[in-house]
Design a protein around this ligand. Structure first.
Ligand code: HEC
Ligand code: HEC
Length: 311
């Protein structure tokens, strides 16, 4: 009996230790959010009523059920078939990013949500038009009254409900998170991939809960890539030379499912993205065997679809 207890204790300490020392942290299994607001936000997220010609919703570019919160296009397309020229990152786990957008111009999800609604290429709406349309809609008037207790729907409430929904869009229990919690083992190939990811230095930019999403870094840190004025990089915000080709590091959560890759969708496959990253950001040409192992590791970062989508 004592022996069993001792073994259990050692296993627990080992698992806790692993959690504390590993540079990647598991996604929490539950997050706090207001259920009523989030349900309303879910409806708004999927409703094209929020775009000028009623053809585009948030979900047009962030398909939650089939495309892991992205649109699988190189660059997203908004109202009247206009291209945004930029690849849509996933909205899954965006709540854990330190800033939003490739250039980090939004400090949080609230600030972010204003972007697409007002952007003439995406949804092209004014605050007043959003309020007018929703207040003319008896179903929404009733729903907002139930959640916010007011007779008139305000733009602030619309954003508030969408943000509350986005808080629920987390994808916990990936194979890798279960490994971190000491619940399962990785295969030999996956584990070797993870070790390479750490040893080569991918981890210096891709770490934390989102395996990214917590710093601004260069694309081309060692071997520069061509700079284009259309880049959605930090330079757009700061105007400093230093910030050309510098982006918010994308999250690698669910990365096997969020192709194509990079801010312009220029890498079609995960293999290609991994090869280019290693070459340009570490100055190292990966062998095919190393690519295979790293990709096997990256595939373990695919989590479970958010609970709120099953309701
Ligand atoms: C026309 C397509 C389109 C629509 C509609 C759209 N988005 Fe996006 N979304 C994008 C693109 C493209 C980006 C990246 C833009 C950039 O970084 O400059 C983005 C970025 C984001 C991000 C930041 C993620 C990150 O990692 O930085 C969030 C969150 C988000 N969108 C949520 C929403 C919400 C909420 C709505 C609806 C109110 C919405 N989007 C509507 C295309 C779209
Ligand atoms: C110096 C920091 C840095 C290092 C080191 C680094 N990355 Fe990146 N990674 C980035 C940045 C910045 C981007 C965004 C580039 C862009 O979109 O133009 C990115 C993008 C990616 C993407 C595409 C994600 C998406 O959704 O578009 C993958 C996959 C990736 N990195 C994997 C790796 C791997 C594997 C390594 C190690 C071989 C690595 N990275 C090393 C900073 C880094």
């Amino acid at each position: 009996m004592a022996l069993i207890l001792l073994i259990a204790l050692v296993a627990l300490v080992w698992a806790t230790d692993l959690l504390e020392t590993e540079p990647i942290k598991p996604i929490p299994q539950k997050v706090e959010y207001d259920k009523k607001k989030a349900k309303l936000g879910k409806l708004l997220f999927h409703d094209p009523i929020l775009s000028k010609n009623k053809t585009v919703s948030c979900a047009t570019c962030h398909d939650l059920y089939n495309k892991w919160g992205t649109d699988h296009r190189e660059a997203s397309v908004g109202i009247n078939g206009q291209s945004t020229g930029v690849n849509a990152p996933s909205v899954f786990n965006a709540v854990f990013n330190f800033r939003q957008f490739w250039d980090g111009r939004a400090r949080d999800l609230r600030e972010q949500a204003l972007g697409p609604i007002h952007n003439p290429k995406e949804m092209g709406m004014t605050k007043e038009e959003v309020e007018r349309r929703l207040n003319e809609n008896p179903v929404y008037r009733k729903l907002f009254k139930e959640v916010y207790g007011t007779d008139r729907i305000t733009f602030d409430q619309v954003i508030d409900a969408i943000v509350e929904f986005e808080k629920a869009l987390i994808t916990p229990n990936s194979k890798f998170d279960r490994f971190l919690r000491g619940e399962i083992e990785l295969s030999k190939e996956e584990l070797e991939g993870y070790k390479l990811f750490k040893r080569l230095g991918c981890i210096s930019c891709h770490n934390g809960i989102n395996v990214g999403g917590n710093s601004f870094q260069l694309f081309g840190a060692v071997i520069p890539v061509e700079w284009k004025p259309s880049n959605p990089d930090r330079y757009r915000i700061t105007g400093r030379e230093f910030d050309k080709n510098r982006y918010k590091v994308p999250s690698l959560r669910n990365v096997a499912c969020t192709y194509p890759y990079f801010h312009d969708g220029s890498a079609k496959t995960l293999e290609e993205a991994v090869r280019k990253m290693s070459y340009h950001n570490l100055g190292y040409k990966l062998s095919e065997d190393e690519v295979r192992k790293i990709v096997a590791f990256l595939k373990t970062l695919t989590g479970e679809l958010p609970e709120i989508l099953k309701e």
